[in-house]
Design a protein around this ligand. Structure first.
Ligand code: FES
Ligand code: FES
Length: 79
């Protein structure tokens, strides 16, 4: 299994909109973090869907090593 790139060792805080769908970048290669821009092509990674149930700030994992994708679970502290 390939290792993902690590765009940053901290989460991205994003104000999401209720009802909208987001695609979190799992490979770490996207140029528009924390979301997928198609750069995972040719890797073993695929983006992870996030459906916003309410409008709020969400902390998306930036280190790509979370055990609870697409959200930060604190794993970045151990990298
Ligand atoms: Fe990383 Fe698509 S660019 S999952
Ligand atoms: Fe990846 Fe926190 S940024 S676990």
């Amino acid at each position: 299994m390939d290792e993902p790139d690590i765009p940053q060792k901290s989460p991205y805080g994003v104000d999401v909109e209720a009802g909208r769908k987001y695609w979190w970048c799992a490979c770490g290669r996207s140029k528009s973090q924390p979301f997928c821009d198609g750069s995972h092509k040719g890797t073993a990674f695929v983006p992870v869907e996030f459906r916003a149930e309410k409008s709020e700030k969400v902390w998306f994992c930036g280190c790509k090593h979370t055990a609870n994708p697409p959200l930060c679970d604190g794993t970045h502290e151990t990298l």
